[in-house]
Design a protein around this ligand. Structure first.
Ligand SMILES: CC1=C(/C=C/C(C)=C/C=C/C(C)=C/C=O)C(C)(C)CCC1
Ligand SMILES: [Fe+2]
Length: 562
């Protein structure tokens, strides 16, 4: 597994043409832009965990049936400091680093003190966020890096704290139809309180105040939810939205702030300051977007760990939400590189298989309902919500499917009733070996897999004239451990799950985490995009074609005159 996880990946700075087999639908024009860890050693020093790796951005530009690939390391402050020192000098999730090993005892003590409130990393390796015409590489700290989505160049560092009082933020924001961003973050012991903050970033700054200013300046706090514990807030990786509500799971997988404050001094990583408390509850917070207040009923379920929300929607006075859940927090332990690179089959066995679970929460709890009665009357799910005393409701999910992660949906159905989950399929190990389409209505699934192939998160792009939810394609970057097979971009017909085309590239491709698709018509200037892609030296075409301007391919919002 060293090929997948151990080696530092080589950048592909200039776009390289792919060898396309099959036929790419002519309407599919745009760029798949993705992020993930690509470098795990610097000089003689080594990161401990796969999530520590330095962010490597890569993109597949699809134009007129041809595909061009490029990749570039995010030139974060973290990257630059490491490269300059020729060793790891900035701490990441699973690795605590020390900038100056030869300091004397006094400056060491001073350095320890200044690290009790740590300045986190800007190694933004998890996802790409779009905000109007701006694109950002994101992680879960208070930093993001703006990037050029065409050249993959790294632009300015953004500190969320300048706009909203948070120390951590998710890398999985939501978008409304106008492209406004809704995200969540945690504010740790600020003015004596620890809270979860839901905030909105407008896609564009208000007209009068625009003048080239970033929409981030107009970030607005939407709602704050006090943490159940001041010194051990919940860790969360994503959240759910419906048309009128936000779903937030305050799970008993928690950060220990006192441990974090002493981690640097004790020489332990941030990861060691997180713990799963299996004896505790998972609190389900439902926030009404119209009143900007949490629904007062105290909904809860058993202890679980959720990284990815799939979707949520309203049905007959209930909130239905689907998540990928685990019985424990062992997933993060499996990504220690020592486990991935040695005795992979033994060390990387999932002790808890990720399952698709459906929850149903009643929005109005009948005061006269009997204690112990099930408040869910929906015929579409067997999920229950049992009334208890004192405004408490105990929710139990319906198990829909076992063995899936990295879920994606047709995003035009986000927050609304939907039918299909596209996901990576996992069995005994957390590394996906297949791609799945799960139908929540018929409870049936379709699978794509190939020997020696390791697929990334499957991303759905709707066809321009889509009538049905699955009219479109699935894009997934596939890394191969078969020496005879190059890595490739796989394009599946989302309806039948059959292969339409693949674009193989002779590059050192990394396993990535998350990303997005930018339709050609959404580029701020399509001329510029066209000029960025050079002629493929291997092809005898007359150079890059001008984009036809296929409109509105998949993003649920328009940016038109940006
Ligand atoms: C650096 C850092 C963090 C980083 C977390 C990361 C990098 C998580 C990655 C999660 C992924 C990739 C999940 C996939 O499902 C914390 C713990 C938030 C807080 C302390 C500083
Ligand atoms: Fe994620």
């Amino acid at each position: 597994m060293d090929i997948l996880f151990g080696r530092n990946k080589k950048e592909q700075l200039e776009p390289v043409g792919a060898q396309v087999t099959g036929k790419i639908p002519p309407w599919l024009q745009g760029t798949l832009l993705r992020n993930g860890p690509g470098m795990h050693t610097v000089g003689d020093s080594r990161y401990n965990h796969w999530f520590d790796g330095l962010a490597l951005l890569h993109s597949f530009t699809i134009r007129d049936g041809e595909v061009y690939y490029r990749s570039k390391y995010l030139k974060s402050d973290t990257y630059n400091a490491n490269i300059e020192a020729n060793r790891i000098v900035v701490s990441e999730f699973g690795t605590m680093a020390y900038p100056d090993p030869c300091k004397n005892i006094f400056s060491k003590a001073f350095s320890y003190l200044s690290h009790t409130i740590p300045d986190f990393t800007d190694n933004c390796l998890i996802n790409i966020m779009r905000c109007g015409k701006d694109f950002y590489a994101t992680t879960e700290t208070n930093y993001m890096r703006r990037i050029n989505p065409q050249t993959l160049e790294t632009l300015e560092k953004v500190d969320y704290r300048k706009y909203v009082a948070i120390n951590l933020a998710t890398a999985h924001p939501h978008y409304d139809a106008a492209g406004n961003v809704l995200n969540m973050g945690t504010s740790i012991v600020d003015k004596g309180r620890t809270k979860y903050v839901i905030f909105k970033i407008p896609a564009r700054a208000p007209e009068a105040k625009r003048k080239g200013k970033s929409p981030l300046r107009h970030t607005e706090v939407f709602c704050s939810i006090p943490s159940h514990s001041l010194l051990s807030p919940s860790y969360y990786h994503s959240f759910g939205v419906t048309e009128n509500y936000v779903v937030f799971l305050e799970q008993p997988f928690r950060l220990d702030i006192l441990k974090m404050a002493t981690a640097y001094m004790r020489g332990v990583s941030w990861a060691s300051c997180m713990a799963f408390h299996r004896e505790d509850k998972t609190h389900i917070h439902i926030i009404d977007q119209r009143t900007r207040r949490p629904v007062p009923t105290k909904f809860y379920t058993d202890a679980m760990v959720v990284f990815h929300h799939v979707n949520a929607y309203e049905e007959d006075g209930c909130i239905v939400f689907d998540v990928i859940a685990y019985k424990d927090s062992s997933l993060y332990d499996l990504f220690y590189l020592a486990n991935l690179n040695q005795d992979f089959e033994e060390n990387s066995r999932l002790t808890s298989v990720p399952t698709l679970q459906r929850f149903a929460v009643p929005l109005h709890v009948d005061k006269n309902a009997e204690v112990g009665s099930n408040l869910i009357k929906l015929t579409s799910t067997t999920a229950t919500a049992l009334k208890e005393r004192d405004d408490h409701v105990y929710c139990q999910p319906e198990l829909l499917f076992e063995g899936l992660e990295l879920p994606r949906i047709n995003y035009t159905h986000n927050g609304k009733p939907y039918r299909y989950v596209f996901a990576a399929g996992v069995q005994w190990s957390p590394i996906p070996t297949k791609i799945l389409k799960y139908d929540v209505l018929t409870k049936s699934s379709l699978t794509w897999r190939e020997a020696g192939c390791w697929p990334a998160e499957p991303l759905f792009v709707p066809a321009p004239d889509a009538q049905e939810e699955d009219d479109g394609v699935i894009l997934s970057a596939i890394v191969s451990t078969d020496p005879q097979k190059l890595p490739f971009l796989l394009i599946l017909d989302a309806k039948s799950f059959t292969e339409l085309a693949r674009a193989s590239v002779a590059v050192d491709m990394h396993l990535d985490l998350h990303g997005l698709f930018i339709p050609e018509s959404d580029w701020p200037s399509s001329n510029q995009a066209a000029s960025e892609v050079p002629q493929d030296p291997a092809s005898d075409s007359q150079g890059p074609h001008r984009p036809a301007g296929a409109g509105g391919l998949g993003f649920p919002w328009r940016t038109a005159q940006d």
